[in-house]
Write a protein that binds this ligand. Structure first.
Ligand code: CP
Length: 340
């Protein structure tokens, strides 16, 4: 196995001479210029050879302490940010929400200020509320990284998705996505992943098509700069990348307090069952066979195999799902260095 130490690859600095990041932290991709997106993506490209090696320590954030405040569940993002922070040589402290004083009625802002008062260099925040990361960023002095806020944004997921598309379609030199059509399929109205993806991908030149039943892909999404259709089969021959999204049952009306019957879908979708959803919108093996040569299948996770994506597609040759996961560490290392 190649190790960071053995490879001799230099980790700091950028081949691109990309302009410096002028903001504090990373709260959203909406409103970022292409040059700002590229500042992080170019850094990620420089880091990629060593980002997924266990002993990588770049030294960039040596002496810094980064706090993870996840007020909502996560597998990928929390682990990925934690590994990224360690690999850029920061110390990481985790505030476990199951035992935090938020459960005694403390506000997110008081919790964040309390953690900051102990001395941290940056915070990574995930919360159920739209705008929570920005709200905390307005209340603390250190940079805040949005790790997903309600239905609003998940900027580092958007960046890792862009990175994965650029890699698959050989656009790593300049991250120019012109000429590529990216379909995002599923519960887009509830998806922070989609909002960040649409913002970043369109800014870098891609055409984005949102696909789903009207309750999940309403016409109003077009205001974000994408096309909207309810017919997944019509976009398969044109798509260079298809990103399948999970149905966000927990964000549906009556989600947590009134669980849906097993196999039932939220009323707003207009679709009765997960079986019907798979028939109409799922990335089945048959649908995957109708994608053009070179088209990739993506999923931000967590996946519901057999609903929005067949297991054989998720594990098949078009799938880049675990490349997305790997690039998550790379892009988050870059974001911590560039945006911190
Ligand atoms: N993609 C994503 O945000 O996954 P987690 O909820 O597991 O972090």
């Amino acid at each position: 196995m190649t190790t960071a130490k053995a490879s001799g690859i230099k980790l700091t600095g950028s081949r691109s001479g990309a302009p410096a990041w002028a903001r504090r932290g990373l709260l959203s991709l909406q409103g970022l210029a292409a040059a700002e997106l590229r500042a992080v993506l170019h850094k990620a490209r420089d880091l990629q050879p060593l980002a997924n090696l266990t002993d990588t320590r770049t030294g960039d954030l040596a002496g810094k302490t980064i706090a993870t405040l996840f007020f909502e569940d996560s597998t990928r993002t929390k682990t990925s940010f934690t590994l990224a922070a360690r690999r850029v040589s920061a110390d990481v402290i985790d505030l476990p929400m199951s035992t935090s004083s938020v459960n005694k009625g403390e506000t997110l802002i008081d919790t964040a200020r309390t953690v900051e008062a102990m001395g941290v260099s940056a915070m990574i925040v995930r919360a159920k509320q739209n705008g929570a990361a920005a709200m905390i960023a307005g209340a603390v002095k250190c940079p805040v990284f949005n790790a997903g806020d309600g239905k609003h944004e998940h900027p580092t997921q958007g960046l890792l998705d862009i990175y994965t598309i650029a890699e698959a379609h050989e656009r790593l030199a300049d991250f120019d996505l012109s000429g590529l059509t990216i379909a995002i399929v599923g519960d887009i109205a509830a998806s922070r992943v989609a909002r960040s993806g649409i913002a970043g991908m369109t800014t870098l030149g891609a055409k984005v098509v949102c696909v789903g039943p009207p309750g999940m892909a309403p016409a109003s999404l077009a205001s974000l700069g994408c096309r909207v259709t309810h017919d997944v089969d019509s976009i398969l021959p044109a798509a260079d990348a298809v990103m399948m999204l999970r149905i966000q049952f927990e964000r549906a009306e009556g989600g947590e307090s009134k669980p849906l019957a097993p196999g039932a879908l939220p009323k707003a979708t207009g679709i009765v069952s997960v079986h019907e959803y798979r028939e109409l919108y799922g990335m089945t093996v048959e649908r995957a066979s109708r994608l053009k040569d070179g088209a990739i299948v993506m999923h931000p996770g967590p996946m519901n195999r057999g609903i929005e994506i067949d297991g054989d597609v998720a594990d098949g040759p078009r799938s880049v799902i675990f490349r997305q996961v790997a690039h998550g560490v790379t892009v988050r290392m870059a974001a911590l260095i560039v945006c911190g």
